[in-house]
Design a protein around this ligand. Structure first.
Ligand code: NAD
Ligand code: GLY
Length: 366
């Protein structure tokens, strides 16, 4: 686990901003990772009660060489705290410290911390700079890249938020050493997603290398994070605000968000819900005659090997459909699904509700 892997740089060229994703081991300790970032008077590191004791020290040490005042805010841990009270604690900390428009926010944690810190940065004084330091596999391959920020609403996941890009993303692969296995598997759900929607070759690579990934082999991990970030950067570069193409990144999410909201936030991890949701979307693609059952079976095998659930919770098909009605891709009350056209290509379209209900019932535990 301690073998060093040379840092890699992936560039995001979005319409509103351009920035780099740095990927490598022990980036947080390397002064060059921080070069070019603003040296403002004040900085706030936003983390949580689990991640801060593990990873805040090297970040604070570096930042104290760059900013006169650096504070750490440790939020409560969990998807259930991706809400207004936690978001307000960031604003309280900023205002309490006298933060100004040049104050830099650093998000140190998984997707929950990253999404909330980005949201706060986009709102505070109408926008202050922020840097993503993702510490989960899921955040390194997905949530820290592309500028989607949000909190949850009891009626729907990530319903309140804005697009706001970071100045840089620092993916230190060493931070994954302390990630629990269940969280690592959840991250693999988002890694796997990129194959079916965009890169058949990467899907094949995952089939070949999943055991190495599960063993957290440094070279395999570096490749997976890099390829995922490259695909995401390309999609975000073409369609930052999801007017079309970017919706493919939501493969599995229409069903997955319904699972998360329906069970109550935090019962299933986001990546678990996405993993199972991808299988529902693949089943639906088969039923619509878009792909053959063999491809859906390959995807199911990979999701299962990654340690993710392949059967959904029995919320009832009508409850799934009700929850999916809030999906951000819905148009004029019609739910739209990200489906597979072939391995490496996705399409977004509606589907008959009775057919969707049938697919859900077959994929759910009795
Ligand atoms: P998370 O942020 O809840 O982190 C998972 C758990 O791992 C938490 O308990 C956290 O404290 C802990 N943790 C984090 N880093 C650790 C480390 N290095 N060692 C030990 N423990 C560590 O969950 P997540 O899976 O990172 O992110 C899920 C969130 O991301 C969801 O809210 C989802 O909606 C969001 N998301 C956003 C986007 C986007 O584009 N913005 C994309 C995908 C997911
Ligand atoms: N995770 C979906 C997106 O960034 O668009």
């Amino acid at each position: 686990m301690s073998a060093s892997v040379a840092p890699t740089r992936v560039s995001v060229k979005a319409a509103s901003a351009e920035y780099d994703i740095l990927i490598g081991r022990s980036l947080l300790d390397d002064p060059s990772s921080w070069e070019g970032l603003p040296r403002s008077h004040r900085a706030l590191v936003v983390s949580n009660e689990t991640v801060a004791p593990l990873w805040a020290a090297p970040v604070l040490a570096r930042l104290r060489q760059r900013h006169a005042h650096v504070e750490l805010l440790s939020l409560p841990d969990g998807e259930v705290h991706k809400d207004w009270p936690a978001l307000n604690r960031i604003f309280d900390a900023l205002l309490g410290a006298g933060a100004d428009r040049h104050t830099v926010l650093y998000a140190l944690g998984g997707g929950v911390v990253g999404d909330m810190t980005g949201f706060a940065a986009g709102c505070y004084m109408r926008g202050v700079p922020f840097v993503q330091i993702p510490t989960t596999l899921l955040a390194q391959v997905d949530s820290s890249v592309g500028g989607k920020t949000a909190i949850n609403h009891p009626l729907g996941k990530n319903m309140i938020g804005l697009f706001y890009q970071p100045l840089r993303v620092l993916c230190d692969l060493a931070t994954l050493d302390t990630l629990p296995d269940r969280e690592f598997s959840a991250g693999l759900g988002e890694v796997i997603k990129y194959g079916p929607i965009a890169d058949a070759g990467f899907f094949g690579w995952l089939e070949q290398n999943l055991d190495a990934l599960l063993a957290r082999d440094p070279a395999a991990l570096a490749h997976a994070v890099q390829r995922a970030c490259e695909i995401k950067a390309e999609v975000v570069g073409a369609d930052e605000r999801e007017s079309g193409l970017r919706a493919i990144l939501n493969f599995g999410h229409t069903f997955g968000h319904a699972i998360e909201t329906g069970l109550g936030y935090g019962q299933w991890l986001h990546g678990e819900a996405v993993g199972c949701g991808m299988l529902m979307a693949a089943d639906l693609s088969v039923r619509l005659g878009l792909i053959d059952p063999g491809l859906a079976a390959r995807l199911e095998h990979l999701v299962q090997r990654a340690g993710l659930p392949v059967q959904g919770p029995a919320l009832g098909a009508s409850r799934y459909l009700e929850l999916m009605g809030h999906d951000k891709k819905s148009l004029e009350g019609r739910i739209r699904y990200v489906l597979l056209k072939r391995l490496g290509e996705a399409v977004v379209q509606g589907a008959d509700a009775a057919l969707v209900a049938e697919v859900i019932e077959r994929r759910c535990k009795a």
